[in-house]
Design a binder for this molecule. Structure first.
Ligand code: ATP
Ligand code: MG
Length: 151
């Protein structure tokens, strides 16, 4: 279906802020504000939810998440940036694999199955979209999703 993207993300941000014990601050910018996408709404919501779960899990005591949604020539681009622990460059191309988790030299063990991002990638590809990632250890991570316009 076709739906407005900003309200969906606003609600998720609110829910995560409430259910997380860390302080989380969101900056959400959508241009244009009324931007709509054609996607499976439930799956799309799950995708963003998985990404937010990661951004909060893989970060320190206080979390800053910036989500920028833009209309581009090809469709819709969503950039999600966090100030988390980052992902080492050697591991970057593996994080979308099923069951893959970055090995930790860290005593704070964060639970997970390594399935979230493989689901995310699968859903994005079913919408003929793409997902890419840039990251710097100890600084943060940016995921970029592009979902093409309805044909
Ligand atoms: P699950 O999502 O199944 O609960 P998970 O979070 O470990 O488990 P994915 O969401 O697939 O699995 O992520 C794979 C791995 O990528 C994570 O284990 C983590 O090492 C790394 N990762 C994912 N997102 C981030 C992020 N925002 N910042 C730092 N590392 C991340
Ligand atoms: Mg996850």
């Amino acid at each position: 279906e076709t739906f407005r993207i900003k309200p969906v993300i606003d609600i998720l941000a609110q829910q995560f802020t409430l259910k997380t014990d860390k302080p989380v601050s969101f900056q959400i910018v959508c241009e244009p504000e009324e931007l709509t996408i054609y996607a499976d709404k439930l799956h799309f919501t799950n995708v963003i939810s998985n990404m937010l779960d990661n951004s909060i899990k893989y970060s320190g005591k206080s979390v800053q998440i910036s989500i920028q949604i833009n209309q581009i020539e090809k469709g819709t681009q969503i950039d999600l940036t966090d100030n988390g622990i980052g992902i080492p460059t050697v591991q970057l191309n593996r994080i979308f694999e099923r069951f893959y988790r970055v090995p930790k030299g860290n005593i704070h063990d964060v639970k997970g199955f390594g399935l979230g991002l493989s689901y995310v990638k699968d859903i994005i590809e079913r919408h003929n979209g793409t997902i890419s990632v840039e990251s710097k250890e100890k600084e943060g991570t940016t995921f970029t999703i592009i979902i093409p316009e309805k044909k």
